[in-house]
Design a protein around this ligand. Structure first.
Ligand code: HEC
Ligand code: HEC
Length: 320
C-alpha cells in the first residue's frame, strides 16, 4: 500500500515539475511575450538552449557558436561592423543585440517572413547568404554530434519528455528559442526613473521626435523605414517584397542597451552613437544631441549584461 501511495505521490510531483509554468520576471506594465503553442517555456528547455547557444559544435568545423557573434558583454551584439562566417565569407549585416527578442514581432533587419525565434535559429546554422555556421547540406550532423554526448542525452530527456528526449534539429531550435526568450532586460536607469537632468531633457525630446518609430517598451514599432540612403548591395525590405518603394527600408532598431551594441545601423556603418543619431534625416541642435545621448546611455541594463543566467554555462555539454 505504502509503495503504491509513494509511487502515486512521486508521479504527481513529477507531473507538477514538468508542467510547472515558466515564471516571467517582468516589471509592472510589461505583458509576457507571445510564446508559440508548440514550444511552451520550461526551465529545462532554457537550460538546454543555453548550452546549445554556447556550443561551437553547432558549426561545421567546431569553431563558431551563436555566442561567437552574440556576446553578452555587448548585450549579445559583438562590437564589429560585420562578422565573417566559418569559411571566411564576409558578414552582410551588423550583429544585433538580443535583449527582449521574445517581444519582437519581426526578426532580422529586413525579412518580414521571419516571425519566430525557432525559424530564425536555422538561418545562421544552415543559411547561405551569407554562410555563417556552415551546416548547409549536413542536416543530420548536429543531432549526430549531440547524440554522442551523455550530458546532452540527459538534457534533451529533461527538456522534451513529450518527445522522449529525441535529439533532432526541431528540438535544437525549440530549445535555442526558449533560451533566447529568457533574455529579458527591463532594469535600466530609464526604467527605474533614475535619470540625470540632461537625460530627462533627452527623454522629452525623444518622445517628441524619435518615439514615432522607436515606440513601446523596446523602442521599436517593428516596421520598416528608410533612414540611410539606398545602397544597391543591400536593398533591405525590397529584397523580399521586390517593390521599389521598399528600397533601403530596414526594421526600426530596438534601442535597449544601444550604447553597448555598436557599431550601429544594419551595416554597422555608424562608428559612434552620435553619428547614428545624426544620420537620421532629422534636424537637431547640439543641446538636443547631448540630451538624446544621455538618454540613450540610460537605456543600458548592467544587470542584463552581467546576469550569470545568460553567461557561458558552468557545466556545459559538448565542445568547450
Ligand atoms: C557569424 C555571426 C553570427 C552567428 C554565428 C550567429 N548570428 Fe545571429 N545574427 C547575426 C547577424 C549578422 C544578424 C542580423 C541578420 C539580419 O538582420 O539579416 C543576426 C540576427 C539574429 C537574430 C535576430 C535578432 C533581431 O533583432 O531580429 C537572432 C534571434 C539571432 N541572430 C540568433 C542567433 C542564434 C540562436 C545563433 C546560433 C544558432 C546565431 N544567431 C548565430 C550574426 C550571427
Ligand atoms: C522614421 C522612423 C525613425 C525615426 C523618427 C527615428 N528613427 Fe532611429 N532608426 C530607425 C530605423 C529604421 C533604424 C535602422 C536603420 C538601419 O539600420 O538602416 C534606426 C536606427 C537607430 C539607431 C541605431 C540603432 C542600432 O542598434 O543600430 C539609433 C541610435 C537611433 N535610431 C536613434 C534614434 C533617435 C535618437 C531618434 C530621434 C532623434 C530616431 N532614431 C528617430 C527609424 C527611426
Amino acid at each position: 500500500m505504502i509503495g503504491r501511495a509513494a509511487l502515486a505521490l512521486s508521479a504527481l510531483i513529477l507531473t507538477a515539475a514538468v508542467a510547472a509554468p515558466w515564471r516571467w520576471t517582468l516589471p509592472a506594465g510589461v505583458v509576457a511575450p507571445v510564446v508559440p503553442a508548440d514550444n511552451p517555456m520550461s526551465a529545462a528547455k532554457v537550460a538546454l538552449g543555453r548550452r546549445l547557444f554556447y556550443d561551437a559544435d553547432l558549426s561545421i568545423d567546431g569553431t563558431m557558436s551563436c555566442a561567437s557573434c552574440h556576446e553578452q558583454k555587448h548585450a549579445f551584439a559583438d562590437g564589429n561592423t560585420t562578422r565573417p562566417g566559418v569559411h571566411g565569407d564576409a558578414g552582410r549585416r551588423n550583429v544585433p543585440g538580443l535583449a527582449n527578442v521574445a517581444w519582437l514581432p519581426v526578426l532580422t533587419a529586413a525579412d518580414p517572413r521571419v516571425t519566430t525565434l525557432e525559424a530564425q535559429a536555422a538561418i545562421p546554422i544552415f543559411g547561405l547568404t551569407p554562410v555563417k555556421m556552415g551546416m548547409h547540406g549536413s542536416d543530420q550532423e548536429i543531432p549526430r554530434r549531440l547524440s554522442r554526448d551523455a550530458c546532452y542525452r540527459r538534457q534533451f530527456r529533461a527538456a522534451f519528455p513529450d518527445r522522449r528526449g529525441r535529439i533532432d534539429m526541431s528540438s535544437v531550435t525549440l530549445a535555442l528559442a526558449s533560451f533566447e526568450r529568457s533574455m529579458v532586460s527591463f532594469d535600466t536607469p530609464a526604467d527605474r526613473g533614475n535619470l540625470s537632468r540632461e537625460a530627462s531633457a533627452g527623454k522629452a525630446i525623444f518622445g517628441r521626435i524619435c518615439a514615432s518609430c522607436h515606440s513601446g517598451p523596446n523602442f521599436t514599432d517593428g516596421r520598416f523605414h528608410a533612414v540611410l540612403p539606398v545602397n544597391k548591395t543591400d536593398r533591405g525590405l525590397a529584397e523580399t517584397t521586390g517593390q521599389a518603394e521598399d528600397d533601403g527600408r530596414f526594421r526600426t532598431s530596438s534601442l535597449r542597451n544601444v550604447a553597448v551594441t555598436g557599431p550601429w545601423f544594419h551595416d554597422g556603418s555608424a562608428r559612434t552613437l552620435g553619428e547614428a543619431i545624426a544620420r537620421h534625416p532629422i534636424r537637431l541642435n547640439a543641446a538636443d544631441m547631448d540630451g538624446l545621448l544621455a538618454y540613450l546611455e540610460a537605456l543600458t541594463d548592467r544587470g542584463f549584461i552581467e546576469n550569470p543566467a545568460f553567461a557561458y554555462p558552468d557545466d556545459p555539454c559538448g565542445s568547450k
